[in-house]
Design a protein around this ligand. Structure first.
Ligand SMILES: Nc1ncnc2c1ncn2[C@@H]1O[C@H](COP(=O)(O)OP(=O)(O)OP(=O)(O)O)[C@@H](O)[C@H]1O
Length: 269
């Protein structure tokens, strides 16, 4: 059965609750409707991926959650607060497509940065940095500089930085988009383990159908002009997922439905 934006099951006390969120950018060429009537609730501990062609508003939606953009209309709450209050309450860590590490700081120094800004006591900073570097398997690289690490390792460091202050929500905007497929597979596996271990509510933007299906408890399919949700797919896959699950009929059936959703969105424009 096909769920639509309006027939979504309501989550009890959702962590993210968007209702009819629209956002229009004013540009020199006229208004651009980046989001239209996006309605979505995300429950605690879910892993929700957003997939769709370029320009369908995936990043814009994530930026609204992070209070980096303000919807033109509709309501959006994050942990029951408006996004700006949630940002001030440090409700989320954000991982971008580019690792964005400071080249003059060691890996340890980069991961510690948000803790310094938040004035954590020195001993706690050290303890947290050690813990998250261990989580992403970079303990042996704490004293290295970003340029001494591979692209995949840099991205793991940026995930560690987003985890350092233990926010309940993780926002990830195509974190593995620039990596080759083998590295990406490994990081996908690691991310799932990390998610299982931390229980963080995760919003994840991707262009990759296998990545979305492999990682998610729900997949939100979007289409552009205007950016909107065309399908929301609940994953029947178990939470424990070896990479080989990608060859199972269940996995392929979900991937097929995502592809159909993407195709349908294209036909309409
Ligand atoms: N600051 C801005 N000013 C004007 N238009 C914008 C701005 N940010 C985004 N847009 C437009 O809004 C639409 C949605 O952009 P967005 O970056 O959210 O899409 P996306 O799905 O994340 O794309 P991609 O996969 O390429 O990252 C696009 O048409 C984009 O050009």
């Amino acid at each position: 059965m096909r769920a639509t934006a309006t027939t979504l099951p309501e989550r009890d006390s959702p962590v993210i609750a968007a209702k009819d969120v629209s956002l229009v950018f004013g540009t020199a060429d006229g208004p651009v409707q980046a989001l239209r009537d996006v309605t979505l609730s995300v429950g605690a501990g879910e892993f929700v991926s957003f997939i769709g062609p370029s320009g369908c508003g995936k990043t814009t939606f994530l930026r609204c959650v992070a209070a980096l953009e303000t919807p033109t209309s509709g309501t959006l709450t994050v942990n029951g607060m408006d996004p700006d209050a949630a940002r001030r309450a440090r409700a989320y860590g954000y991982v971008f497509q580019a690792a964005g590490l400071y080249p003059w700081r060691t890996i340890e120094g980069n991961v510690r940065l948000p803790l310094e800004i938040m004035n954590y006591p020195k001993a706690e900073q050290a303890e947290r940095v050690a813990r998250v570097l261990e989580m992403v398997e970079l303990s042996g690289f704490a004293r290295k500089y970003p340029w001494q690490l591979s692209g995949g390792m840099q991205q793991r460091a940026s995930i560690a930085r987003a985890l350092a202050f233990d926010a309940p929500i993780l926002l990830m905007d195509e974190p593995f988009g620039a990596l080759d497929e083998i590295v990406r597979d490994r990081l996908n596996e690691e991310l799932l383990r990390l998610w299982a271990r931390t229980g963080k509510t995760t919003l994840f933007v991707t262009h990759s159908i296998p990545e979305a299906v492999y990682l998610s408890t729900r997949i939100v399919v979007m289409s552009p002009r205007p950016g909107r949700i065309t399908d929301i797919i609940e994953s029947p896959l178990p939470r424990e997922r070896p990479l080989e699950i990608r060859d199972t009929p269940e996995f392929l059936a979900i991937a097929h439905r995502v592809r159909e959703g993407l195709r349908a969105g294209h036909v309409e424009v």
